[in-house]
Design a protein around this ligand. Structure first.
Ligand SMILES: Cc1ncc(COP(=O)(O)O)c(C=O)c1O
Length: 432
């Protein structure tokens, strides 16, 4: 067992004043981290961890990447906030975004968090929607943030169903737990056909807000054909496609946008986590005509206190330039194949690992009490999470799913080491 006494003393001290409601990860993990270098974190008692959660799926380049640190510290010494006035880095950042994003997404508004950028997308939808189109579509199991507009689209997680408002929900492509009780390929993508029908039957729908790969719900990867059908239905019925790529954007799945991998051409895309290597920053990318629409682009529409702030811009510019220069998307695809093979090995070995799925360097491991019934086991996921921390591996925990999202810059040896630690953690948890 690793030393934890200094950390526990700190946690007890802060407990006197800190509001409860921490993430499950923080509550179960009970760690006090002091430093991050590349893929390695250190805690207050000097223990080290391989960070396969990359912060909160944010530090794509690993912790404390020297070029991002340099950009941030130089900017911190110069200028912090001039509202949304231009600073010299901004033009360069916008050019980089234009090179990395699909050509049709050529106009950008800059923000600081995921929920904030989703709200900005909703405002654009609301402002530009033809009369009578007052509903927003979303998918079951989608997650879009904790602000009121975003909550309207999220009907699970922390139980705020009453805010459902004017949203309509369609079936997510959750094959492992098919909402219709079907199996592939005989299902013939009935979930997509129903979403299609839903969209056609509800002419009041202005937009579909979607995660191309559903991240928070446990890395739900759509089967081929799902998005083709749903996106076609949106196009045929004049429904805007708003990709929430807050988690997937920036290369995590092996393409800059996961939408590119699943074959959707969104009208708007919201990006955040992977944009500035952990510094609060977000981008709303959109078609020129949409973000320039006079109804959307009213004075101040894309401005707020921290939107377009110089520190975020400096960090984002450095992060994205490294991703582009070092061809890290290729690296994500290569390491992703390796991880795929290793994780499938684990699922062959452990009966309680019901499903393993992912793309690039974004993977979800679903724990069950037994394979036949697929009964979710949050207890086991939590036990594996805690055992992994004790062994020196940090992953992301949510309900009965563990997510893995190592930094793009990790080497093969450390990737293997992380999987070995995970294997030992599962062994410990299932035999406990
Ligand atoms: C897909 C998606 N959208 C929106 C959000 C909300 O982002 P934030 O926590 O920065 O507000 C998240 C956060 O995990 C997310 O995964």
């Amino acid at each position: 067992m690793r030393q934890q006494h200094r950390q526990l003393a700190q946690l007890e001290r802060e407990g006197a004043h800190l509001a409860p409601g921490a993430s499950e990860e923080a509550a179960v993990g009970r760690r006090v981290f002091t430093e991050g270098r590349g893929p390695v974190l250190t805690d207050l008692d000097g223990n080290q961890y391989l960070d396969f959660a990359s912060g909160t799926l944010t530090q794509s380049l690993g912790h404390g990447h020297p070029e991002v640190v340099r950009a941030l510290t130089e900017q911190a010494a110069r200028l912090w906030n001039v509202h949304d006035a231009a600073t010299p880095d901004r033009a360069a950042l916008l050019d980089t975004l234009a090179r990395l994003l699909p050509e049709h997404l050529d106009t950008y508004a800059l923000f600081s968090t995921g929920a904030e950028v989703v709200e900005a997308a909703l405002r654009v939808v609301q402002a530009t929607a033809p009369p009578g189109r007052n509903r927003i579509g979303a998918l079951r199991h989608g997650f879009h943030g904790k602000t009121m507009g975003a909550r309207m689209l999220v009907h699970w997680d922390i139980g705020h169903q009453s805010f459902a408002g004017n949203s309509v929900l369609g079936y997510a492509p959750y094959c492992y737990r098919c909402p219709l009780g079907l199996t592939r390929p005989t299902c013939e993508l009935r979930c997509a056909a129903l979403v299609r029908r839903h969209i056609a039957d509800k002419p009041s729908t202005a937009a579909l807000v979607f995660e191309p790969v559903l991240g928070a719900a446990g890395v739900i990867v759509p089967p081929p054909g799902y998005w083709e059908q749903v996106a076609d239905a949106c196009r045929e019925n004049g429904v805007l496609l708003v990709a929430d790529e807050v988690l997937t954007g920036g290369g995590r799945t092996g393409a800059f946008l996961a939408s590119e991998l699943v074959g959707v051409e969104p009208d708007l895309a919201a990006l955040s986590k992977g944009m500035a290597n952990g510094f609060p920053f977000a981008v709303l990318a959109g078609r020129h005509e949409l973000l320039h629409d006079p109804a959307a682009a009213t004075p101040g529409a894309y401005a707020s206190t921290y939107a377009s702030n110089p520190l975020g811009i400096a960090a984002a510019r450095a992060t994205l330039e490294v991703i582009e220069r070092d061809q890290l998307l290729e690296q994500v695809r290569k390491l992703g194949e390796l991880l795929d093979g290793r994780l499938r090995g684990l699922s062959d070995r452990f009966e309680n690992l019901g499903d393993v799925r992912g793309l690039g360097l974004l993977w979800g491991l679903e724990f069950v009490t037994d394979r036949a019934r697929r009964t979710p086991s949050p207890e086991l996921a939590r036990a594996v999470y805690a055992a992994a921390l004790d062994l020196g591996l940090r992953v992301a925990l949510g309900g009965h799913v563990l997510r893995l999202a190592p930094p793009f810059t990790i080497d093969e040896a450390l990737l293997d080491e992380g999987v070995r630690l995970l294997e030992r953690a599962i062994e410990r948890a299932v035999t406990a």
